[in-house]
Ligand binder design. Structure first.
Ligand SMILES: Nc1ncnc2c1ncn2[C@@H]1O[C@H](COP(=O)(O)O)[C@@H](OP(=O)(O)O)[C@H]1O
Ligand SMILES: [Mg+2]
Ligand SMILES: [Mg+2]
Ligand SMILES: [Mg+2]
Length: 366
């Protein structure tokens, strides 16, 4: 693995490099499962589906990152059956050389395991995936540092799929706040329009009302938080407005980091930051608002009657630490680390690594 001369490669860069590499594998797994036609759909709740592709991709990503970074807290969307064994080839050994070729921004050089939380959405846009709207699907791996979204990987497994059966599928976008974002062509949205994207499968009157209050010239209803942020990155929309508590931390961590890395913003509807500490509530109770430019204009456009239905992660007195104590106590999962950790949050997938015998112990050393 590359390192910076006599100094070991900093944790954040290694995490991002491993996340980029494993996102390609997760994309392969998703495409292979779709080809079998056996999606194994489970209804987790109302309008909330899980497929075998969600399950398998999460196993691959979490097992890989856990193997390389055993002391980092990793939270995935899906609750998984711990009895299911993970195939050996799900453990990806590579660390993306392109990521490692970049210098680590100064602020991350001393970041330690306990300051990092990884948020994994193995397949964002599941509803659309089951309906064949494949370009709405992304794999999201977000790296939070001290509770803030800083690094992100957005892998699009079906990028290019309109080009026909011989096209090479997939695009990996990644970014780190302070370094930049890579793997796509940044574009500014068209002048003289106000294109707003929002959910296509989780809408209600408040979602629509909030979009309308932002004076859209066009409304683009598509699936996936990751996909909607890609539309922002590519200059296809001006804002992503979602007045709902339906998105979770794994939906927004990676997209927020990539967007922020090129100067954009992803906040709640009140314009307050979304927090990504290990013990923060999973739900984005403040809704989601993302833009590349003019963020405050959109915050100001959301009517007070809508805003009052949403609760920021950051309390009005700005005391984040106090708020942290108020959230439901969830003991963070530090594999092989903190001996006091006895309870896994329900969202954390409990995986069986016994078949995953790839020897990556050298790589996890600092
Ligand atoms: N009401 C709701 N219930 C459950 N999940 C919701 C939801 N609203 C949004 N989400 C989740 O937020 C993500 C983006 O939603 P949307 O595509 O509607 O914009 C999706 O992630 P997943 O597809 O990873 O589950 C979706 O499931
Ligand atoms: Mg889901
Ligand atoms: Mg999602
Ligand atoms: Mg998902």
């Amino acid at each position: 693995m590359a390192s910076t001369g006599a100094f070991p490669t900093p944790l954040v860069m290694r995490l991002l490099a491993a996340s980029v590499s494993v996102s390609y594998k997760a994309g392969n797994i998703i495409r292979d499962i779709l080809k079998t036609g056996e999606l194994g759909i489970i209804e987790k709740g109302r309008n909330d589906l899980q497929t075998e592709a969600d399950r398998a991709a999460q196993r691959c990503i979490v097992a890989t990152l856990h193997k390389h970074f055993p002391k980092v807290a990793i939270f995935g969307e899906e609750s998984l059956d711990p009895a299911i064994r993970i195939p050996e080839d799900y453990i990806v050994k590579d660390f993306d050389p392109e990521v490692l070729s970049h210098p680590c921004p100064t602020g991350y050089k001393d970041v330690t395991d306990d300051q990092v939380v990884v948020w994994v959405d193995p397949l964002d846009g599941t509803a659309e995936f089951t309906q064949g709207l494949l370009d709405h699907v992304t794999v999201l791996i977000g790296v939070a540092v001290n509770g803030e979204a800083k690094g992100g990987v957005i892998y699009q497994p079906y990028y290019n799929y309109q080009e026909g059966p011989d096209a090479t599928l997939g695009q990996c976008i990644w970014g780190l706040v302070g370094l930049g974002a890579f793997g796509f062509q940044p574009q500014n949205p068209p002048v003289g329009k106000n294109l707003i994207t929002t959910t296509r499968s989780h809408s209600d009157w408040m979602v629509t009302e909030a979009v309308n209050s932002c004076e859209p010239t066009d409304i683009i209803r598509v699936g996936g938080a990751g996909h909607k942020v890609v539309l922002l990155l590519e200059g296809k929309v001006h804002a992503y407005v979602f007045a709902s508590k339906g998105c979770k931390k794994w939906d927004t961590c990676a997209p927020e980091a990539v967007l922020h890395a090129i100067g954009g913003h992803l906040t709640d509807l009140l314009g307050k930051p979304i927090l990504y500490y290990a013990n923060v509530q999973r739900t984005n109770s403040g809704g989601v608002l993302a833009t590349l430019h003019n963020h405050q204009w959109y915050v100001d456009k959301i009517p007070a009657e809508i805003k009052e239905n949403f609760i920021s992660d950051v309390p009005s007195d700005g005391m984040i630490d106090k708020k942290k104590q108020l959230v439901e106590q969830i003991v963070c999962f530090h594999c092989g680390g903190d001996a006091g950790s006895s309870v896994d949050p329900p969202e954390f997938n409990q995986v069986d690594y016994s078949d995953a015998s790839a020897d990556v112990s050298e790589l996890s050393k600092k």
